[in-house]
Design a protein around this ligand. Sequence first.
Ligand code: NDP
Length: 282
Amino acid sequence: MAAVKIEGKVLAQQVKEQVKQQVEQLKQQGIEPCLAVILVGDNPASSVYVAGKEKDCNECGIRSVIHRLPEKSTQQQVLDLLQTLSKDNTVHGILVQLPLPSHIDPQKIIEAIPPSKDVDGFTPVNVGKMMIGQPCFLPCTPAGCIEMIESTGVDIAGKNAVVLGRSNIVGKPAAILLTAKDATVTICHSKTKDLQEKCRQADILVCAIGKAGFVTKDMVKEGAIVVDVGINRNAEGKLCGDAAKEVEEVAGYLTPVPGGVGLMTRAMLMKNTLVAAQQVKL
Ligand code: NDP
Protein backbone atom coordinates (compact mmCIF):
# COMPACT_ATOMS: atom_id res chain seq x y z
CA MET A 1 0.00 0.00 0.00
CA ALA A 2 1.28 3.48 -0.83
CA ALA A 3 2.56 5.57 2.07
CA VAL A 4 0.28 8.16 3.62
CA LYS A 5 1.56 11.63 2.76
CA ILE A 6 2.27 13.91 5.70
CA GLU A 7 1.04 17.13 4.15
CA GLY A 8 3.37 19.96 5.14
CA LYS A 9 1.07 22.45 3.50
CA VAL A 10 -1.90 21.60 5.70
CA LEU A 11 0.13 21.35 8.91
CA ALA A 12 2.02 24.58 8.23
CA GLN A 13 -1.25 26.38 7.56
CA GLN A 14 -2.62 25.19 10.90
CA VAL A 15 0.48 26.44 12.73
CA LYS A 16 0.37 29.80 10.96
CA GLU A 17 -3.34 30.19 11.72
CA GLN A 18 -2.65 29.67 15.44
CA VAL A 19 0.26 32.12 15.29
CA LYS A 20 -1.92 34.70 13.55
CA GLN A 21 -4.55 34.54 16.27
CA GLN A 22 -1.97 35.04 19.01
CA VAL A 23 -0.27 37.83 17.08
CA GLU A 24 -3.62 39.64 17.00
CA GLN A 25 -3.92 39.29 20.77
CA LEU A 26 -0.43 40.71 21.23
CA LYS A 27 -1.23 43.62 18.97
CA GLN A 28 -4.25 44.44 21.10
CA GLN A 29 -1.81 44.74 24.00
CA GLY A 30 0.33 47.14 21.99
CA ILE A 31 3.05 44.71 20.87
CA GLU A 32 3.63 44.18 17.17
CA PRO A 33 5.82 41.09 16.69
CA CYS A 34 8.69 41.83 14.33
CA LEU A 35 11.21 39.62 12.55
CA ALA A 36 14.39 41.19 11.18
CA VAL A 37 16.18 39.24 8.47
CA ILE A 38 19.71 39.95 7.29
CA LEU A 39 20.54 38.84 3.76
CA VAL A 40 24.13 39.35 2.61
CA GLY A 41 24.82 39.11 -1.11
CA ASP A 42 22.58 37.84 -3.88
CA ASN A 43 22.55 34.06 -3.60
CA PRO A 44 19.39 33.23 -5.63
CA ALA A 45 18.26 30.39 -3.33
CA SER A 46 18.67 32.63 -0.26
CA SER A 47 16.62 35.37 -1.92
CA VAL A 48 13.82 32.86 -2.53
CA TYR A 49 13.94 31.68 1.10
CA VAL A 50 13.86 35.24 2.41
CA ALA A 51 10.90 36.09 0.16
CA GLY A 52 9.09 33.05 1.58
CA LYS A 53 9.73 34.24 5.13
CA GLU A 54 8.43 37.69 4.27
CA LYS A 55 5.25 36.16 2.83
CA ASP A 56 4.73 34.03 5.95
CA CYS A 57 5.17 37.09 8.18
CA ASN A 58 2.55 38.95 6.16
CA GLU A 59 0.15 36.03 6.50
CA CYS A 60 0.62 35.90 10.27
CA GLY A 61 0.48 39.66 10.82
CA ILE A 62 4.14 39.78 11.88
CA ARG A 63 6.12 42.84 10.78
CA SER A 64 9.12 41.80 8.71
CA VAL A 65 12.14 43.96 8.03
CA ILE A 66 14.63 42.70 5.47
CA HIS A 67 18.15 44.14 5.60
CA ARG A 68 19.81 43.45 2.25
CA LEU A 69 23.56 43.98 2.44
CA PRO A 70 25.90 43.87 -0.55
CA GLU A 71 28.03 40.75 -1.15
CA LYS A 72 31.18 42.72 -0.34
CA SER A 73 29.98 43.76 3.13
CA THR A 74 32.58 43.14 5.81
CA GLN A 75 32.04 40.91 8.81
CA GLN A 76 32.20 44.02 11.00
CA GLN A 77 29.38 45.66 9.05
CA VAL A 78 27.17 42.64 9.66
CA LEU A 79 28.15 42.62 13.35
CA ASP A 80 27.36 46.35 13.61
CA LEU A 81 23.91 45.81 12.14
CA LEU A 82 23.34 42.92 14.52
CA GLN A 83 24.24 45.13 17.44
CA THR A 84 21.73 47.75 16.34
CA LEU A 85 18.98 45.14 15.93
CA SER A 86 19.88 43.56 19.27
CA LYS A 87 19.25 46.87 21.04
CA ASP A 88 16.08 47.67 19.09
CA ASN A 89 13.12 46.86 21.37
CA THR A 90 10.71 46.81 18.43
CA VAL A 91 12.60 43.84 16.91
CA HIS A 92 11.78 40.50 18.53
CA GLY A 93 13.41 37.95 16.24
CA ILE A 94 16.67 38.18 14.29
CA LEU A 95 17.65 35.79 11.53
CA VAL A 96 20.78 35.85 9.42
CA GLN A 97 20.18 33.98 6.17
CA LEU A 98 22.83 31.34 5.56
CA PRO A 99 25.10 30.70 3.74
CA LEU A 100 27.10 33.89 4.16
CA PRO A 101 29.79 34.97 1.68
CA SER A 102 33.00 33.01 2.31
CA HIS A 103 34.90 35.98 3.82
CA ILE A 104 32.44 36.08 6.73
CA ASP A 105 32.68 33.55 9.59
CA PRO A 106 29.11 32.29 10.15
CA GLN A 107 29.86 31.17 13.71
CA LYS A 108 31.01 34.69 14.70
CA ILE A 109 27.81 36.09 13.26
CA ILE A 110 25.52 33.55 14.91
CA GLU A 111 27.18 34.14 18.27
CA ALA A 112 26.41 37.86 17.98
CA ILE A 113 22.65 37.22 17.93
CA PRO A 114 21.17 37.61 21.43
CA PRO A 115 19.73 34.22 22.47
CA SER A 116 16.41 35.92 23.35
CA LYS A 117 16.03 36.97 19.67
CA ASP A 118 17.57 33.83 18.13
CA VAL A 119 14.43 32.53 16.43
CA ASP A 120 16.49 30.13 14.28
CA GLY A 121 17.74 28.42 17.45
CA PHE A 122 21.34 28.39 16.23
CA THR A 123 23.19 30.21 19.02
CA PRO A 124 25.29 28.09 21.40
CA VAL A 125 23.06 29.12 24.31
CA ASN A 126 19.90 27.82 22.65
CA VAL A 127 21.66 24.69 21.35
CA GLY A 128 22.94 24.00 24.88
CA LYS A 129 19.51 24.53 26.42
CA MET A 130 17.95 22.21 23.86
CA MET A 131 20.56 19.60 24.74
CA ILE A 132 19.65 19.69 28.44
CA GLY A 133 15.91 20.01 27.83
CA GLN A 134 15.43 23.60 29.01
CA PRO A 135 12.92 25.93 27.34
CA CYS A 136 14.58 27.59 24.35
CA PHE A 137 14.12 28.41 20.70
CA LEU A 138 14.26 25.08 18.89
CA PRO A 139 15.82 25.04 15.41
CA CYS A 140 12.98 25.28 12.92
CA THR A 141 13.65 22.31 10.63
CA PRO A 142 14.10 19.62 13.32
CA ALA A 143 11.22 21.07 15.34
CA GLY A 144 9.07 20.90 12.21
CA CYS A 145 10.12 17.27 11.67
CA ILE A 146 8.91 16.35 15.17
CA GLU A 147 5.54 18.04 14.59
CA MET A 148 5.16 16.16 11.33
CA ILE A 149 5.95 12.82 12.97
CA GLU A 150 3.53 13.57 15.83
CA SER A 151 0.81 14.49 13.33
CA THR A 152 0.62 10.80 12.35
CA GLY A 153 -0.59 9.92 15.84
CA VAL A 154 2.23 7.37 16.17
CA ASP A 155 3.88 7.56 19.60
CA ILE A 156 7.60 8.36 19.22
CA ALA A 157 8.48 6.88 22.63
CA GLY A 158 10.37 3.61 22.37
CA LYS A 159 10.64 3.69 18.58
CA ASN A 160 13.90 3.11 16.74
CA ALA A 161 14.75 6.36 14.99
CA VAL A 162 17.58 6.71 12.50
CA VAL A 163 18.78 10.15 11.47
CA LEU A 164 20.72 10.24 8.22
CA GLY A 165 23.03 13.25 8.46
CA ARG A 166 24.76 14.97 11.38
CA SER A 167 24.81 18.66 10.47
CA ASN A 168 24.43 21.25 13.21
CA ILE A 169 21.23 22.62 11.71
CA VAL A 170 19.36 19.40 10.93
CA GLY A 171 20.84 16.00 11.80
CA LYS A 172 22.25 16.60 15.28
CA PRO A 173 19.31 18.63 16.62
CA ALA A 174 16.82 16.17 15.08
CA ALA A 175 18.57 13.39 16.99
CA ILE A 176 18.46 15.40 20.24
CA LEU A 177 14.75 16.18 19.85
CA LEU A 178 13.90 12.56 19.03
CA THR A 179 15.86 11.44 22.09
CA ALA A 180 13.92 13.94 24.18
CA LYS A 181 10.75 12.28 22.88
CA ASP A 182 12.10 8.91 24.15
CA ALA A 183 13.04 7.40 20.79
CA THR A 184 16.13 5.21 20.60
CA VAL A 185 18.25 7.15 18.14
CA THR A 186 21.04 6.18 15.76
CA ILE A 187 22.85 8.94 13.86
CA CYS A 188 24.33 7.93 10.50
CA HIS A 189 26.75 9.86 8.33
CA SER A 190 29.25 9.42 5.51
CA LYS A 191 31.53 7.15 7.58
CA THR A 192 28.74 4.89 8.83
CA LYS A 193 29.19 1.19 8.08
CA ASP A 194 26.24 -1.02 7.06
CA LEU A 195 24.12 2.05 6.41
CA GLN A 196 21.38 0.11 4.65
CA GLU A 197 21.00 -2.34 7.52
CA LYS A 198 20.88 0.48 10.09
CA CYS A 199 18.23 2.35 8.12
CA ARG A 200 16.15 -0.81 7.81
CA GLN A 201 15.88 -0.94 11.62
CA ALA A 202 14.20 2.47 11.70
CA ASP A 203 10.58 2.91 12.68
CA ILE A 204 11.27 6.60 12.05
CA LEU A 205 13.80 7.55 9.36
CA VAL A 206 14.85 11.18 9.04
CA CYS A 207 16.74 11.74 5.78
CA ALA A 208 18.93 14.85 5.82
CA ILE A 209 21.96 14.29 3.63
CA GLY A 210 21.23 16.36 0.53
CA LYS A 211 21.51 13.66 -2.13
CA ALA A 212 18.65 13.19 -4.59
CA GLY A 213 17.01 9.77 -4.32
CA PHE A 214 19.77 8.39 -2.06
CA VAL A 215 17.36 6.48 0.18
CA THR A 216 15.91 3.57 -1.75
CA LYS A 217 13.11 1.23 -0.74
CA ASP A 218 15.49 -1.54 0.29
CA MET A 219 16.73 0.83 3.04
CA VAL A 220 13.28 1.35 4.52
CA LYS A 221 11.38 -0.84 6.97
CA GLU A 222 7.83 -1.70 5.96
CA GLY A 223 5.45 0.85 7.48
CA ALA A 224 8.19 3.26 8.69
CA ILE A 225 7.66 7.00 9.04
CA VAL A 226 10.04 8.63 6.56
CA VAL A 227 10.74 12.33 7.03
CA ASP A 228 12.50 13.65 3.96
CA VAL A 229 14.38 16.85 4.77
CA GLY A 230 16.49 16.91 1.60
CA ILE A 231 16.03 19.64 -0.97
CA ASN A 232 17.75 18.64 -4.18
CA ARG A 233 17.39 18.89 -7.93
CA ASN A 234 17.09 15.67 -9.90
CA ALA A 235 18.57 15.05 -13.37
CA GLU A 236 15.61 16.88 -14.96
CA GLY A 237 16.15 19.86 -12.67
CA LYS A 238 13.03 19.12 -10.63
CA LEU A 239 12.93 19.67 -6.88
CA CYS A 240 13.19 16.37 -4.98
CA GLY A 241 14.15 14.98 -1.61
CA ASP A 242 16.69 12.42 -0.39
CA ALA A 243 14.18 9.58 -0.65
CA ALA A 244 13.64 7.90 -4.02
CA LYS A 245 10.05 7.84 -5.29
CA GLU A 246 9.87 4.06 -4.76
CA VAL A 247 10.12 4.61 -0.97
CA GLU A 248 6.40 5.39 -0.96
CA GLU A 249 5.81 1.71 -1.80
CA VAL A 250 7.15 0.57 1.59
CA ALA A 251 6.92 3.51 3.99
CA GLY A 252 3.84 3.89 6.17
CA TYR A 253 4.05 7.68 6.15
CA LEU A 254 6.18 9.98 4.01
CA THR A 255 6.74 13.73 3.84
CA PRO A 256 6.64 14.96 0.24
CA VAL A 257 9.24 17.19 -1.41
CA PRO A 258 8.21 19.85 -2.23
CA GLY A 259 5.32 20.50 0.13
CA GLY A 260 6.74 18.82 3.21
CA VAL A 261 9.42 19.72 5.74
CA GLY A 262 10.31 23.01 4.00
CA LEU A 263 6.87 24.48 4.65
CA MET A 264 6.87 23.31 8.26
CA THR A 265 10.32 24.85 8.76
CA ARG A 266 8.91 28.21 7.70
CA ALA A 267 5.88 27.83 9.96
CA MET A 268 8.09 27.03 12.95
CA LEU A 269 9.99 30.26 12.37
CA MET A 270 6.71 32.15 12.70
CA LYS A 271 5.98 30.29 15.93
CA ASN A 272 9.41 31.15 17.35
CA THR A 273 9.00 34.82 16.40
CA LEU A 274 5.64 34.93 18.16
CA VAL A 275 7.19 33.39 21.29
CA ALA A 276 10.06 35.91 21.18
CA ALA A 277 7.52 38.75 21.14
CA GLN A 278 5.42 37.14 23.90
CA GLN A 279 8.50 36.88 26.13
CA VAL A 280 9.10 40.62 25.90
CA LYS A 281 5.69 41.16 27.43
CA LEU A 282 6.41 38.97 30.46
P1 NDP B 1 25.03 19.06 5.24
O1 NDP B 1 25.69 18.98 3.92
O2 NDP B 1 25.50 20.06 6.24
O3 NDP B 1 25.10 17.62 5.95
C1 NDP B 1 24.87 16.46 5.21
C2 NDP B 1 25.05 15.27 6.11
O4 NDP B 1 24.82 14.11 5.33
C3 NDP B 1 26.45 15.15 6.70
O5 NDP B 1 26.37 14.80 8.05
C4 NDP B 1 27.08 14.03 5.87
O6 NDP B 1 27.98 13.22 6.59
C5 NDP B 1 25.89 13.19 5.51
N1 NDP B 1 26.13 12.45 4.28
C6 NDP B 1 26.53 12.92 3.09
N2 NDP B 1 26.67 11.93 2.20
C7 NDP B 1 26.36 10.79 2.86
C8 NDP B 1 26.33 9.42 2.50
N3 NDP B 1 26.64 9.02 1.26
N4 NDP B 1 25.98 8.53 3.43
C9 NDP B 1 25.65 8.92 4.68
N5 NDP B 1 25.67 10.18 5.09
C10 NDP B 1 26.01 11.12 4.18
O7 NDP B 1 23.49 19.25 4.93
P2 NDP B 1 22.29 19.88 5.81
O8 NDP B 1 22.09 19.07 7.02
O9 NDP B 1 22.44 21.33 5.92
O10 NDP B 1 21.08 19.61 4.79
C11 NDP B 1 20.73 18.32 4.38
C12 NDP B 1 19.65 18.45 3.33
O11 NDP B 1 18.51 19.06 3.90
C13 NDP B 1 20.01 19.32 2.12
O12 NDP B 1 19.38 18.80 0.98
C14 NDP B 1 19.40 20.66 2.47
O13 NDP B 1 19.10 21.43 1.32
C15 NDP B 1 18.16 20.22 3.16
N6 NDP B 1 17.60 21.19 4.11
C16 NDP B 1 16.27 21.35 4.07
C17 NDP B 1 15.67 22.22 4.95
C18 NDP B 1 14.20 22.35 4.90
O14 NDP B 1 13.66 23.29 5.43
N7 NDP B 1 13.49 21.40 4.27
C19 NDP B 1 16.44 23.01 5.91
C20 NDP B 1 17.85 22.70 5.92
C21 NDP B 1 18.39 21.82 5.03
P3 NDP B 1 29.41 13.75 7.17
O15 NDP B 1 29.04 14.56 8.37
O16 NDP B 1 30.13 12.51 7.48
O17 NDP B 1 30.01 14.58 6.07
